[in-house]
Design a protein around this ligand. Structure first.
Ligand SMILES: NC(=O)c1ccc[n+]([C@@H]2O[C@H](COP(=O)([O-])OP(=O)(O)OC[C@H]3O[C@@H](n4cnc5c(N)ncnc54)[C@H](OP(=O)(O)O)[C@@H]3O)[C@@H](O)[C@H]2O)c1
Length: 309
C-alpha cells in the first residue's frame, strides 16, 4: 500500500481509505462488514471514514474493528440534529453530544478527525460549530478538526486556520473542486480526503444501483453518458482495464488528494481497490483526455457542473 503525508497533520494516510456510508445506509450485515474491514486493515488501509448520519455505521465499525483501534486513522462527521441528542442542528450542544456518542459507538477514547458534515456558509461564517470542534480537540476527544463539503463552502473552509482536514467530492465526472479547492489546500497544508472517488460506479445502469443509490447516483450517471468516453478513446486496453480502475486512478492522480475513501459492501471489490490504488497515477495524456471530456460535456450541457455533495 502507498501512503501520503496528510497535509500538516503529521499523519501518514494510505492512498485507499474506506467510506462507511453504504454499509450504514444499506444495512450491510455485520459479518460482511467485519470481513471487509479486517481485510482492508490487513492490506494496509489505514483511514476509515464514517458519520453520525450513516445510520448504524459507527456501531458496526466499533464492533468490527474496535479491538484494532491503533491500526487506523478514524474520521467521523457531525452537526445534524438527532432525536436522541440535545441541541439544534450545528449547535455546540449537539456537536459535543454527537462526539461523545461517536466515541462510545466506535469503541474508542478519541477520534483522529471530526468534520462538520456539509453545513452551509452561514454556519461556517458564524463560527460556533467549528469552535465546538476546537473545544473537543482541546479536551483530547479529537485530534484534528475539519469540514466535509463542496464548491464555495469548502473553498471558504479551506481558508480557516482551525480547519486541518477537508473531505470533498473529486472524481472523473465531478471535477469542479480540483481547480477551485486543491490549490488552496496545498497552499494551506490541509489534509484532503476525496469522497465519492469512483463516482458511485457511474458507469453502471441506474437499475443496477442498490436502494437509495438509484437516485443518489443519477447525476453522475447522466454526466458519464454525456461525456461519452470509452476506454479505448483514453488509450487504455479494454482487456486489462475497467472503469473502477480508471476512476480511482483519476482521483488519486490529482495533486493534493491524499486518500480516496471508496464505499464498498463487496470484499472482492475491496481487495481489487487496493490493487488499483497501488497502480499509481494515470498517464498525463489520459488525464488530459478525461479533463477535456468533462469540460466539453459541461459546455454542451449549458450548465455549470457543480460538485455534488
Ligand atoms: N457529504 C459527505 O460528507 C459525503 C457524501 C458522500 C460520500 N461521503 C463519504 O465518501 C465515501 C465514498 O462515497 P460513496 O460510497 O458515496 O461512493 P464511491 O466510493 O464513489 O462509490 C461506491 C460505489 O462503487 C462501487 N464500487 C466500489 N469499488 C468497486 C469496484 N472495484 N468495482 C466496481 N464497483 C465498485 C460500490 O459497489 P459495491 O458495494 O458493490 O462494491 C458502490 O456502489 C462514502 O462511503 C462516505 O464515507 C461523504
Amino acid at each position: 500500500m502507498n501512503y501520503n503525508d496528510f497535509g500538516k497533520t503529521g499523519l501518514s494516510v494510505s492512498t485507499l481509505g474506506f467510506g462507511a456510508a453504504p454499509i450504514g445506509l444499506l444495512k450491510t450485515e455485520q459479518e460482511r462488514v467485519a470481513s471487509i474491514l479486517n481485510l482492508l486493515l490487513d492490506l494496509g488501509v489505514n483511514l476509515i471514514d464514517t458519520a453520525a448520519a450513516y445510520a448504524g455505521s459507527e456501531e458496526a465499525l466499533g464492533k468490527a474493528i474496535g479491538p484494532r483501534r491503533d491500526e487506523y486513522i478514524l474520521v467521523s462527521k457531525c452537526g445534524q440534529k438527532f432525536d436522541d441528542l440535545p441541541g439544534e442542528a450545528w449547535s455546540p450542544e449537539v456537536i459535543t453530544a454527537t462526539i461523545d456518542r461517536a466515541l462510545r459507538r466506535l469503541q474508542t477514547d478519541h477520534l483522529d478527525v471530526m468534520l462538520l458534515h456539509s453545513c452551509g456558509m452561514e454556519v461556517l461564517q458564524k463560527g460556533e460549530a467549528l469552535k465546538a470542534l476546537v473545544q473537543a480537540r482541546e479536551a483530547g476527544k479529537i485530534r484534528f478538526a475539519g469540514y466535509s463539503g463542496d464548491n464555495e463552502n469548502v473553498a471558504y473552509a479551506a481558508t480557516l486556520p482551525d480547519v486541518e482536514v477537508i473531505e470533498t467530492s473529486i472524481n472523473f465526472v465531478d471535477q469542479a473542486n480540483i481547480e477551485s479547492l486543491l490549490p488552496l489546500t496545498l497552499k494551506n497544508g490541509i489534509g484532503v480526503i476525496a469522497k465519492r472517488p469512483v463516482a458511485n460506479a457511474a458507469w453502471k445502469p441506474l437499475d443496477d444501483q442498490p436502494g437509495l443509490y438509484k437516485d443518489y447516483a443519477r447525476t453522475y450517471h447522466e454526466r458519464f453518458l454525456a461525456m461519452g468516453i470509452r476506454l479505448e478513446d483514453l488509450g487504455l486496453d479494454e482487456e486489462t482495464t475497467d472503469w473502477a480502475q480508471v476512476a480511482l486512478r483519476f482521483t488519486l492522480s490529482q495533486p493534493g488528494v491524499h486518500t480516496a475513501i471508496i464505499g464498498t459492501t463487496n470484499p472482492d471489490n475491496a481487495r481489487s481497490n487496493v490493487d488499483i490504488a497501488n497502480q499509481g497515477p494515470l498517464p498525463e495524456e489520459t488525464l488530459q483526455k478525461m479533463r477535456d471530456a468533462f469540460l466539453n460535456a459541461e459546455g454542451k450541457s449549458g450548465e455549470t457542473w457543480k460538485a455534488q455533495t
